[in-house]
Design a protein. Structure first.
Lengths: 332, 231
């Protein structure tokens, strides 16, 4: 088999809701940030060669996604079907079709899924099917492309760290394309990030650069605690804390604390927890959601538009200005 | 990947998809319907009862509807290409997978069709006549061919439309155009099957020509169904 140079190229690919995607994904990790309504599920399926495009083409290393290329593509789709038979049989079939020497038992054991091997594949829940598909995908040797829809939703617990390592390893020699609706996941995965909005793919942005801009976490802490009211009362007196909020009815144990110095706020939370005996179950930075990011992006776009409009208006006025004010009593 | 691995996978998939459907119930209802129609035909005109029961209820109504149900279920109510994506994603050739899927559809339809033939002839055939086994044998090979033709044509129909809605169009056109005997009935299986069963021919063609037409139709539809898909 001739080696496929791994550059994933979309050329005017149209598959509703994807409008006309023209993009190149070289070797490395790429995150597409968007909701399923924007076409992330279709983007992943099309990348895996599983959707018939209305127009345009998708190639990997200049080759169409034929059987030989598809054998080197690992994909976890939005909706997975493992095929007939038991889970072990479905995994074994997938490995055989790819010409992989690994055994189904080994793959399932590696991902701690051996308990499911005897179950009928169709009896698995959607999430369980996606976990099996992830195991099969990440067991692929020398892949040309790995594409995963919402990677953190198909891995649970300690698998997340393992999945991240596997994706990083794969990204060294192949194209890894992850689609997510969560800016937090996008920031955590790293690589380059592209926004997908209403079927249109935006320009690539380096996640590390974006992490101080639109993808930066908010200066807020989300705290899960045993007594949110007591902790809120204690934190309200802290000078670093700018705002404390909680909803006793909807989420009685959840508290949001905002402050300019997040580290100082964290230390204050820890101190008050020890002093007042309030238990902290979880603490973490709050992240902007996708809609906030889009609003920010739209705000920037709007500001840029207004700036350009103002400049154009001024230029036009200057050009018109000498002729406009007519001197009283002088007939042109 | 071995061909047999793909074939086994597709046959297992077909079995699983059909098991989940109410196809068995549909077959039973069809047999009951054909039996009732055959009994009524026998009561009204015993000499032509078997001909009318076969060309009307069995081949004319029950077989096309069963074929639609089987093909729709085997495609998982999707387009034909999406029906085999579960194998194609791992590098299987879609065209080859669809041929296996068609073979499964033909086998299931032929089996159900044979039951329909036996039910129709057992009730409609005049009691004490010697031609029962001869008629059953003749009707059986026609049923095999008809099952293949319908499965292949519906597979072609399934490759059109967002969710394979073309198969409904095919069935509607077969019903409307194939029921006649003019030139418009030539590209549809209905008229040729009717001719083989001894009823009104299309364009006054002989039964040999009808057989050739049905074979050409089945082979062409099989090839078109496979070649319309990306590999």
């Amino acid at each position: 088999m001739t080696p496929v140079q791994t550059v994933l190229r979309f050329e005017g690919a149209r598959l509703p809701p994807l409008t006309s995607v023209t993009a190149e994904f070289p070797v490395g990790l790429h995150v597409v940030l968007g909701t399923p309504a924007d076409g992330t599920a279709e983007l992943v399926a099309a990348s895996a060669g599983l959707s018939r495009l209305r127009r345009g083409s998708i190639e990997i290393g200049g080759k169409r996604l034929g059987p030989e290329v598809r054998r080197r593509i690992g994909a976890v789709l939005a909706s997975e079907e493992l095929g007939p038979g038991s889970v072990a049989r479905a995994v074994e079939r997938a490995l055989k079709m790819r010409g992989d020497a690994a055994s189904a038992e080994q793959v399932l054991r590696d991902w701690k899924l051996e308990a499911w091997s005897g179950r009928a594949a169709r009896s698995l829940t959607e999430r369980e099917r996606r976990r099996v598909a992830l195991a099969v995908t990440l067991s692929l040797r020398d892949p040309a492309l790995v594409c995963v829809f919402e990677p953190f939703e198909c891995a649970g617990g300690e698998e997340v760290a393992r999945m991240e390592r596997a994706l990083d390893t794969a990204a060294r020699s192949s194209v890894v394309l992850c689609a997510t609706a969560s800016p937090r996941v996008a920031a955590r995965l790293g690589g380059t990030c592209r926004a997908l909005f209403q079927g249109t793919l935006g320009a690539a942005v380096d996640v590390e650069t974006a992490a101080v801009g639109p993808l930066a976490p908010r200066r807020e802490l989300g705290i899960s605690t045993s007594d949110a009211r007591a902790l809120a009362r204690a934190l309200a007196t802290e000078p670093f804390v700018e705002r404390v909020s909680f909803d006793e009815r909807r989420a009685p144990g959840e508290l949001t604390v905002a402050g300019g110095d997040v580290d100082a706020v964290s230390l204050a939370v820890a101190r008050h927890s020890v002093e007042s005996g309030v238990r902290i179950y979880a603490i973490g930075s709050r992240w902007p959601d996708l809609e906030e990011l889009r609003a920010a992006e739209a705000g920037v776009a709007r500001a840029a538009y207004e700036h350009a409009y103002r400049q154009a208006w001024q230029q036009r006025n200057y050009a018109v200005a000498p002729a406009a004010p007519a001197t009283p009593g002088v007939t042109p | 990947m071995t061909v047999s691995e793909l074939g086994k996978g597709v046959f297992d998939l077909a079995r699983e998809r059909l098991e989940r459907s109410s196809l068995a119930f549909g077959v039973v209802i069809s047999i009951v319907g054909v039996t009732v129609v055959s009994a009524l035909e026998r009561r009204s005109d015993p000499s032509w009862a078997s001909d009318h029961a076969l060309s009307g209820a069995a081949f004319g109504i029950a077989l096309p509807l069963l074929a639609l149900a089987v093909v729709r279920r085997l495609c998982d109510e999707q387009r034909l290409d999406a029906a085999v994506d579960v194998f194609a994603r791992h590098g299987a050739n879609r065209r080859r997978a669809v041929l296996y899927l068609l073979a499964s559809a033909t086998a299931v339809l032929a089996l159900a069709g044979l039951l329909l033939v036996v039910a129709a002839l057992a009730v409609a055939h005049p009691s004490g006549s010697n031609g029962f086994w001869a008629d059953t044998a003749t009707s059986s090979w026609i049923m095999l061919l008809a099952a293949w033709a319908y499965a292949a044509c519906l597979a072609v129909g399934s490759s059109f439309g967002k969710r394979g809605g073309g198969r409904f169009w095919f069935l509607g056109l077969d019903w409307v155009l194939g029921s006649g005997s003019a030139f418009a009935a030539v590209p549809w299986p209905r008229g040729h099957i009717r001719n083989l069963l001894g009823a009104e021919p299309v364009l006054d063609w002989s039964q040999g020509t009808a057989l050739a037409c049905l074979l050409v139709l089945a082979v062409t539809a099989t090839l078109v169904a496979a070649l319309r898909l990306p590999p």
